[in-house]
Design a protein around this ligand. Structure first.
Ligand code: HEM
Length: 134
């Protein structure tokens, strides 16, 4: 089962890379939106949409591979310390921020707040993951 776990961990970390790229790239794109020409806005909007899709796929892959890794290697969550639960709470926060960004009517939520919640949660998840599993 070790090879299965290894493949899942590779997918997990690749998805983390995709998610982190979005977390860094999206604010840069959005910051340039304000002063852009209509044509520029269209191009930047396309990039932002692509980032949005990428991040949703990344989070889905992280959750699915994470759950499978727990099942394959640990057979359940009993053995984990509290850092694992810190990580899970922050994962839930990212998922909630993502759902809000999709369902909230335009202009009702400040995207900068969602962006900061996501970025800080991602940083917290990486720190919590290191303490949870090492
Ligand atoms: C945004 C979502 C997530 C991020 C950014 C993330 C990040 C990470 C990182 C950086 C590692 C490597 C840690 C290390 O080996 O030191 C890792 C490993 C792991 N993660 Fe996640 N993770 C996420 C979601 C999840 C979820 C939802 C679960 C389980 C329900 C999970 C379970 C695991 C497991 C089992 C490992 C491997 C532990 C080992 O090496 O024995 N992750 N994750």
């Amino acid at each position: 089962m070790d090879i299965v776990f290894d493949i899942l961990l590779i997918l997990h970390l690749v998805a983390l890379g995709v998610g982190a790229t979005t977390a860094i790239g999206m604010p840069i794109v959005m910051a340039r939106m304000g002063g852009a020409t209509p044509e520029g806005k269209q191009i930047l909007g396309g990039i932002a949409r692509r980032f949005g899709i990428n991040s949703r796929i990344a989070v889905a892959v992280l959750v699915v591979t994470g759950v499978l890794m727990v099942a394959v290697r640990y057979g359940g969550v009993e053995a984990f310390n509290s850092w694992f639960w810190v990580k899970m709470a922050l994962v839930a926060l990212i998922v909630i921020a993502m759902v809000i960004s999709v369902v909230a009517p335009r202009g009702s939520v400040n995207p900068a707040i969602l962006s900061w919640v996501t970025r800080l949660s991602l940083l917290g998840i990486v720190i919590a993951a290191v303490f949870a599993f090492n």
